[in-house]
Design a protein around this ligand. Sequence first.
Ligand code: URA
Length: 206
Amino acid sequence: MNYHVVNHPLVRVRVSVLRDRNTGLELFRRTLRELSALVAYEALRDLGESPQTIETPLASCPGAVLQRKIIIMPILRAGLGMADAVSEILPEAAIGHIGMCRNEQTLLPHEYLLRLPPGVGEAEVLVVDPMLATGNSASAALDRLKKAGATRLRLICLVGCEDGVRQISRCHPDVPIFLAALDPSLNEHGYIMPGLGDAGDRYYGT
Ligand code: URA
């Protein structure tokens, strides 16, 4: 399976803060953003670069520029906080939006919004969603983005579970998954166990 759990103490302590039921709104928001940037940093380790000669105030030297345009695609709503954080380390990235809600009975996803920046076919597309639970929403979002022409996709999440990783790996073996933590199971309501609860509710205070 094509997934990577970031192995770093700064990641583990932030996952613990997010998991803690006593973590309040302000700390939850700040920590989710910090963690998103740390996971994205790892997920972008192999981004293509092109050489470019740079003139410093004193001399020429070899430098680098990113090869491709970057598009950040948050899955609404919980992905929005991650998109802001990832754009802090990629200020040149365009940000699209895909709205997926899940039917709480069937747990199946329904797309209610799609806004794509131009150039999706040539860009590195980073799909961001804090929770990879059943994998149904992320898989549907990846299907939709591929239909729109995306060929270079990465899925960046914070907490995943084995079912979700299996689902994405089966339907989208070409899309690497990056996680801060991998949990063992889902409960009967589709929540990751032990997880951190509802990421959107905790991020927005709803
Ligand atoms: N979405 C969440 O916010 N939390 C879960 O555990 C699963 C899906």
